[in-house]
Write a protein that binds this ligand. Structure first.
Ligand SMILES: C[S@@+](CC[C@H](N)C(=O)[O-])C[C@H]1O[C@@H](n2cnc3c(N)ncnc32)[C@H](O)[C@@H]1O
Length: 437
């Protein structure tokens, strides 16, 4: 049977839905990722719904594994073939390579046999013979001990060099090893009801680790609003902001709304204005769709308003014209960032990131911070937060703010910097700035 590049992906409602295996679905995902550099989360959203829960989990596991280890898997097949294979065949070899890395030498024969059998249908019998010959050499290369951190942990060299300069080699190794581990799924429990047994308590109050094999239950609980899937690190900025009942709060970079909902759950009564920038032409509006869905789940006592605007371009008249407050008891600025604290979840970030991005983000973050600061009531609170572990996006932004005139009325009350290797969850930065009364 021949499949096209969309194997395992939805082709529209009219298309027949054959029951693909997770392995075959993973080949389709890897092929598209290799061919067009589509984002991992976008590709997964399109994964066929006719896969069983187990096969879906398998597809995701293999796809994530390949993306996590991409540079090492690419290096293992480099120069082994006289001509570059079709992307489909490269995808087969990369999945087999990941299984070889994961399973170790004891599984070599089994993994290669399976990959060859799959290649016969996914690609062609001739290409299956190529897979058979090449996969053996890949297996030999993958057992050889890597000589440097970037190769060993499949990260870009420049990023490893940057972290080594900032953190030292030992901590960088811990961070790299952390990033390469499959991430547990965490749920924040939102309702007054007994927590089901497939949610295991964690040391972070209100957060539970989802046990494997319960995806349908999780989907149902999320749809019912009993849980919200988010990492325990998300609590840090909310704890600093400490939303109070009856307050009027601006979530200045709100989409997809995980923290808006967290604040609404914490305050139980009051008002949240959730702002995020308009969707650029040709871009997906999925984050705003999710924001709307999440705001709709806020407790009844919390009034919510959603606005699409560029925070840096609107002034108080804009809010007044919308009948919204011109200043707020508290403002959360959860700024766009490099995502270096969440690379265990956002597995393709490292392949997109560039060295210059840190300075670029820092500049944007400072502009956003200036804009957010203008919207804080006298005596009000402003929390600046990122999911970055980089000082250029955390301490340096706060320092530049206090070095400017806009920082004058504010005092830095408290700051939290979470790092995965020390805290055991995603990395994050959060800074509480209080405005003079
Ligand atoms: C880290 S995300 C926010 C995540 C969100 N707080 C949550 O917990 O779900 C940063 C957000 O900032 C938004 N953003 C970036 N620049 C903006 C701007 N100039 N004005 C408003 N929103 C902006 C992005 O669209 C993105 O949704």
């Amino acid at each position: 049977m021949m499949h096209d590049v969309k194997q395992g992906l939805e082709k529209g409602p009219e298309a027949a839905k054959p029951a693909f295996s997770g392995w075959v679905a993973a080949t389709g995902l890897v092929e598209r990722w290799l061919a067009r550099a589509e984002r991992v989360d976008t590709l997964l959203e399109g994964l066929a719904t006719n896969l069983s829960g187990q096969e879906r989990a398998r597809a995701q596991h293999l796809f994530y594994g390949v993306v996590r280890w991409a540079s090492r898997l690419e290096a293992a097949q480099a120069g082994l073939m006289a001509h570059p294979p079709r992307t489909k065949v490269k995808a087969v070899l990369m999945i087999a390579g990941f299984e070889l890395l994961e399973g170790g030498p004891a599984l070599t024969a089994k993994v290669i046999h399976h990959a060859v059998e799959q290649a016969k249908s996914v690609a062609s019998p001739k290409e299956a013979r190529l897979v058979n010959a090449v996969a053996r050499k890949i297996a030999d290369r993958l057992v050889a001990a890597p000589t440097d951190l970037a190769t060993e942990f499949a990260h870009p060299e420049w990023l490893v060099a940057r972290w080594t300069r900032q953190l030292g080699a030992e901590t960088t190794r811990k961070l790299l090893a952390w990033n390469q581990q499959p991430a547990p799924v965490y749920a924040r429990w939102r309702i007054e009801a007994p927590v089901p047994a497939f949610l295991a308590p964690t040391k972070w109050a209100g957060f539970y680790e989802v046990k494997a094999g319960h995806w349908e239950d999780i989907r149902r609980l999320a749809n019912e609003g009993a849980i919200y899937l988010q990492d325990p690190s998300t609590r840090l900025c909310i704890d600093l902001l400490a939303p109070q009942a009856g307050e009027v709060i601006l979530d200045a970079c709100a989409a997809p709304g995980g923290k808006s909902l967290f604040m609404a759950d914490t305050m139980k009564t009051g008002k949240i204005v959730a702002l995020d920038e308009p969707v650029a032409p040709g871009k997906s509006d999925i984050r705003l769709v999710r924001l709307k869905e999440n705001l709709a789940r806020a407790p009844a006592g919390v009034e919510v308003a959603l606005i699409q605007a560029d925070l840096t371009k609107v002034n108080t008249v804009f809010y007044r014209n919308l009948n919204l407050p011109e200043s707020y008891d508290a403002v959360l600025l959860d700024a766009p960032c490099s995502n270096t604290g969440v690379m265990r979840h956002r597995i393709d970030v490292k392949w997109r990131l560039q060295d210059g991005d840190f300075a670029r983000h820092g500049q944007t973050q400072l502009e956003l911070l200036h804009a957010a600061a203008r919207l804080v009531h006298p005596g009000g609170r402003l929390v600046y937060s990122t999911c970055s572990i980089d000082a250029d996006e955390n301490e340096s932004v706060i320092k530049a703010f206090f070095d400017s005139r806009a920082g004058g009325p504010f005092k830095l009350e408290k700051q939290v910097l979470a790092t995965p290797w020390a805290d055991g969850h995603d990395g994050a930065g959060a800074f509480l700035l209080v405005k003079n009364g």
